[in-house]
Design a protein around this ligand. Structure first.
Ligand code: AMP
Length: 601
């Protein structure tokens, strides 16, 4: 399509008129980052001036940054939990937002073991949609011809619950896939997916995945890009293919649908779609029955140009495995978002994963940045003085690390997200950020985020089972093992058994594994039980004296004896090798922990 040359963009020549508008929007927003931020804050404060929260801090209708910064405190979830609870219980007065709270988005971050509930309002869907609409115009600058085929995206809805007053509580992507924005999206040749809506919207994860994989296989030659939200999700799809290719090939050969697919919407759709294709079935069998799956993605989907998955942050651990299965296809990280707010996008999505930077879009919310001091590990130590050091979006400095603080249209004011970002440069006057890590997260396999205190509590609960054997855990550390799919938590224990003749049996130590899982947060347990995206927890008992050797090793590398603390999570290869060479026994959870969609509190 010929593009009006007057609507060119410094980002590059757009692929079509629609892209030109999107790129121009990015230019406008990033050129005027500070002005846009000022306007966004003024909008948020003026529309919410009469809310209980802003009145409590006597903002008195002020909409300027200075007054806002002097009067409104920086908070975490725990600070507004009472307000959130009131809304959940049915208080419809304007507590945080003048606009009615339309639902709660359940974050994968937890508070007291349960998912955090993030309030949202109807119009936020438009804001999220706007950010989504910018992704393909940017991608089209780097990868031509994406309108000539389809995307195989493994997308899922998760279970939802209702609060006592009947407000829905569900993950942000579930909310988006179930919205008309997604379900009745207008045809766009750059956004055609092999997965039918019926499969994406099926709450049964097996049936959903089976159908999405089946459709992806049937249309294998049309697939130009493969994706999932996070790297762990795409690898789960590969694992699914390993486990189910015989049945999938059977369906393709016969043009019928497995009896395990019972969802009427899927059946109805697939009965019209699936036709016998013995040639394709033989191909699937030929490729999948090989022992070596290296490069399987490019063999089955030969026209794939890139994998669209997030591999930044905790997901970086999956890069080698993705490279193995894809023969090194480019990995595109396109956006940075959360339940609280969608933040921004990667303007150079085909760059190497280690070079990914996200440009925060100044129209999404009002953003502030707390200079990150790696020595201060606890947010609650934040003083008024350190809060006064928060800087604005346009004022961050290249090379420095910051913690993200947001003020949203939905009614979060100076909310501490928990992400640590480093400034890598600017696009116009909008900074670009490398995602460094999530604060306080020790272990993560999928969307779970386990912190040190959760691990400690799980340890304490599990070690109670050892009391009757006169045994205690002297030291422990942990490791997120992602060599197998799904990955799993490994906990190294050094035990002190007073009476060898009464030492804990294998069964007791297996039980300890399960007890630890029972004590971990609901996101972990959901991944274990409903999503099967985390495998059984493993305890590796190591020889007496192993942790002393670990300390000796650290000191030999320059750690101070006085300040040495056992790391509660390890990943450095020599340390792993040391620990693994001292293992005396290995134990696994033999059962699933308890999990239901309902919240415990
Ligand atoms: P949730 O609240 O469950 O939606 O999780 C949001 C969190 O996921 C963010 O605050 C980040 O910690 C993480 N996250 C989201 N997008 C990315 C990304 N592109 N790279 C790294 N981490 C991300």
């Amino acid at each position: 399509m010929a593009v009006d040359s007057t609507i060119s963009s410094p980002l590059g020549p757009p692929a079509c008129e629609k892209d030109a508008k999107a790129l121009q929007f990015i230019e406008e927003m990033t050129r005027n980052a500070d002005t846009v931020q000022e306007r966004v804050l003024a909008e948020i404060l003026s529309r919410n001036a009469e809310t209980e929260y802003l009145k409590r801090f006597k903002l008195d209708g002020a909409i300027d940054r200075e007054t806002f910064k002097t009067k409104i405190p920086v908070i975490t979830y725990e600070d507004i939990q009472p307000e959130i609870q009131r809304i959940a219980n049915g208080d419809r007065s304007p507590i945080l937002s003048a606009h009615p709270i339309s639902e709660f988005l359940t974050s994968s971050g937890t508070s007291a073991g349960e998912r955090k509930l993030m309030p949202t309002i109807k119009e936020e869907l438009d804001r999220r949609q706007l950010l989504y609409s910018l992704l393909m115009p940017v991608m089209n600058l780097y990868v031509p011809g994406l309108d000539k085929g389809k995307g195989l995206y493994f997308l899922f809805v998760k279970s939802e619950t209702k609060t006592p007053s009947g407000l829905l509580a569900r993950p942000v992507l579930t909310s988006y896939y179930k919205s008309d924005h997604f379900k009745t999206r207008p045809y766009d040749p750059y956004m055609v997916y092999t997965s039918p809506n019926e499969a994406i919207l099926c709450p049964d994860s097996f049936q959903s995945m089976y159908t999405q994989m089946l459709c992806g296989l049937i249309e294998r030659n049309q697939v130009l890009r493969l994706g999932a939200v996070f790297a762990s999700g795409l690898l789960r799809a590969i694992r699914f293919l390993q486990l189910n290719w015989v049945e999938l090939a059977h369906d393709i050969r016969t043009g019928t649908l497995s009896s395990r697919i019972t969802n009427p919407m899927i059946k109805n759709h697939m009965n019209k779609f699936i036709k016998p294709d013995p040639e394709l079935a033989s191909f699937v069998i030929q490729e999948c029955s090989k022992d070596n799956w290296e490069g399987i993605i490019t063999k089955i989907w030969p026209n794939t140009k890139y994998l669209d998955v997030i591999v930044t942050g905790a997901m970086a651990q999956y890069i080698p495995t993705l490279n193995y299965y894809s023969g090194g296809l480019p990995l595109a990280c396109t956006m940075y978002a959360s339940s609280e707010c969608y933040f921004g996008l990667n303007l150079n999505p085909m760059c190497k994963p280690s070079e990914v930077s996200y440009t925060i879009m100044p129209n999404m919310a009002y953003f502030e940045f707390l200079p990150h001091n790696s020595r201060s590990t606890n947010y609650h130590g934040l003083t008024r003085e350190s809060c006064s050091r928060l800087v604005d979006l346009a004022d961050v400095e290249v090379g420095k690390e910051y913690e993200l603080v947001i003020t949203t249209y939905a009614g979060l004011y100076r909310y501490h997200v928990g992400d640590i970002l480093r400034v890598t440069g600017f696009h116009n006057s909008a900074p670009q950020f490398h995602f460094v890590r999530r604060k306080n997260v020790l272990l993560s396999i999928d969307s779970d985020k386990t912190d040190e205190s959760e691990l400690q509590r799980a340890m304490e609960n599990a070690s109670k089972l050892l009391v009757e054997f006169n045994t205690s855990v002297v030291e422990y550390t942990s490791y997120a093992d992602t060599k197998t799919i799904p990955g799993h938590y490994v906990i190294y224990w050094e035990l002190l058994t007073k009476d060898i003749s009464n030492s804990p049996s294998n069964e007791v130590l297996n039980q300890c594994c399960l007890e630890m899982e029972e004590s971990l947060n609901s996101v972990y347990r959901q991944c274990r039980v409903a999503d099967h995206s985390i495998g059984p927890l493993e305890i590796r008992v190591v020889k007496k004296g192993t942790f002393e050797e670990l300390m000796d090793y650290a000191i030999s590398r320059g750690a101070s004896i006085n300040q040495y603390k056992v790391p509660r999570c390890v990943s450095f290869t020599p340390i792993m090798e040391l620990l693994d060479s001292r293992v005396v026994s290995v134990h696994f959870s033999q059962d699933l922990p308890h999990w239901t969609p309902e919240r415990r509190r």
